[in-house]
Write a protein that binds this ligand. Structure first.
Ligand code: SF4
Ligand code: SF4
Length: 456
């Protein structure tokens, strides 16, 4: 774990104020060790537990799920540029005949009703003949579970919309707003589909069970533009936008859509500006991560309590296909290998006690993450990536997390971080591209920071 000296600027006076940040105990202090944050009395907190740590050598298993992710298959009617599933080896497809066996097997491994059941593709509505009877039966069996599905929206129609509403689904439409043309086809260009998407919006948005899920990439960097696209589309200033983080690089398409080194600073300036001016206020990954980081500082959240960002290292989060194969996550198949050579089929529901998550690396086993200033926000990127794909994803994640880091610290202290000193690569120290500084510089000796570029 690591300590950092954070150079901050007071945007009102332009005074430079050095702070200390420790990513292991989430303390933020001045250089004399006085806390900059009104922390919460630790006796009021439930004791935080250390997260379980998985590795190939000491893999975690799975238990009866709290979150059950059912993979219907990886078929899709679209072929999007940076889809995490694009080059994943396919299984023999599941079909409606698999449902009876799957349902009959449930009582042997789902021992308490799950809180949430997610139905995953590919494109889940390609599998509507399987999805409908499966979800109908699961709704009867688990009436209180939250049901959710993420779809590209292209196969929605009034009948499916009614069914999704009746079954109390939460629906997310994957759409990158103004950057959709970079990702793939645009369902909103088909008038019938557009009408169906907006019909579903009318049905579910008032119950807060609808979001558009957008991702950032190097050709779609502005959260402000994404937010205003969906406000205009729906006419609803309170539209919910899910996801909203920068893409991970799962293949060459993802690498192409990753930030280049000369784009890091401009992206961070724009992202900070959008967050600071409320232009990304409807975007879940901004709102949730800023508040989570603020709370990490208020509650002094210990780093060992952090699991992976997606939660698929948790024993009670499980991804399965209809043949009972247990998978690393919903984005892979039983036929695919992880970058470390292990099968993404990590076991079978008939022998849940034998499941072993050997495909994943917890952040604490990476050399970079424990020393990273944005660890409490990023939580280690995708747990199965390795090599150049992990490096590109880590770079994207770092630039994505820094504006959240700066916003959280400004929210609590009124000071804007501009430079991070510590045991990190030189190229990662300058947050917005304002140039080198150190804690000894004063207003008199330093070149002024153009902090108004981000803070105006
Ligand atoms: S930005 Fe990279 S080094 Fe930092 S926590 Fe995320 S994955 Fe790890
Ligand atoms: S392991 Fe987690 S981050 Fe990686 S593809 Fe699966 S769900 Fe996404």
């Amino acid at each position: 774990m690591a300590k950092f000296i954070i150079t901050t600027v007071d945007p009102r006076t332009e005074a430079v104020v050095p702070l200390m940040y420790d990513n292991s105990d989430s303390s933020l202090t001045d250089l004399q060790g006085r806390s900059m944050v009104r922390t919460v009395d630790p006796t009021l907190l439930a004791a935080t537990q250390d997260a379980l740590v998985t590795s190939r050598e000491a893999p975690l298993g799975k238990t009866s799920p709290r979150v059950l992710k059912i993979s219907l298959g990886l078929s899709c009617n679209y072929s999007c540029e940076y889809c995490s599933q694009r080059f994943v080896a396919r299984n023999i497809e599941t079909n409606p005949d698999d449902i009876d066996w799957f349902l009959a097997s449930l009582d042997s491994w789902v021992l308490t009703p799950p809180d949430a059941i997610e139905f995953w593709g590919g494109e889940p509505l390609v599998y509507i003949k399987t999805l409908r009877p499966l979800a109908d039966a699961l709704r009867q069996k688990f009436p209180a579970a939250r049901f959710s599905v993420i779809t590209n929206g292209s196969l929605l129609n009034p009948e499916t919309n009614q069914w999704l509403e009746d079954l109390e689904f939460t629906v997310s439409i994957s759409h990158d707003g103004p950057g959709q043309h970079v990702r793939g086809p645009d369902p909103l260009e088909d008038q019938q589909v557009r009408t169906a998407i907006l019909d579903l919006y009318e049905r579910l948005a008032p119950k807060e069970r609808f979001s558009f899920n957008a991702m950032l990439n190097r050709d779609n960097q502005s959260r402000a533009e994404i937010q205003s696209f969906f406000v205009n589309l729906t006419g609803d200033p309170n539209v919910l936008i899910g996801e909203g983080g920068f893409v991970d690089a799962y293949d060459a398409g993802g690498i192409n859509q990753s930030l280049r080194e000369d784009e890091f600073h401009s992206f961070r300036r724009q992202a900070f500006h959008d967050i600071r001016h409320g232009k990304a206020s409807r975007i879940a990954s901004v709102r949730d991560r800023v508040m989570s980081f603020v709370n990490s500082l208020r509650f002094m959240r210990p780093a060992p309590s952090l699991g992976q960002k997606c939660g698929m290292d948790r024993p009670d989060s499980i991804a399965v296909d209809l043949k009972g194969n247990v998978l690393t996550c919903q984005n892979v198949s039983a036929a695919a290998l992880a970058p470390n050579g292990e099968s993404h089929r990590i076991g079978h529901t008939s022998q849940l006690d034998q499941v072993a998550l050997k495909t994943a690396t917890h952040w604490s086993h990476r050399s970079e993450c424990p020393k990273c200033p944005v660890l409490q926000i990023c939580k280690g990127s995708c747990m199965f990536l390795e090599g150049p794909l992990w490096e590109a994803s880590c770079n994207n994640a770092y630039s994505d997390a820094l504006p959240i880091f700066a916003s959280g610290i400004e929210f609590l202290t009124g000071l804007v971080p501009v430079f991070i000193d510590g045991d990190i690569p030189e190229a990662r120290k300058d947050i917005f591209g304002f140039g080198h500084t150190n804690a000894n510089e004063t207003v008199a000796t330093r070149k002024p920071f153009p902090v108004q570029v981000v803070a105006a």
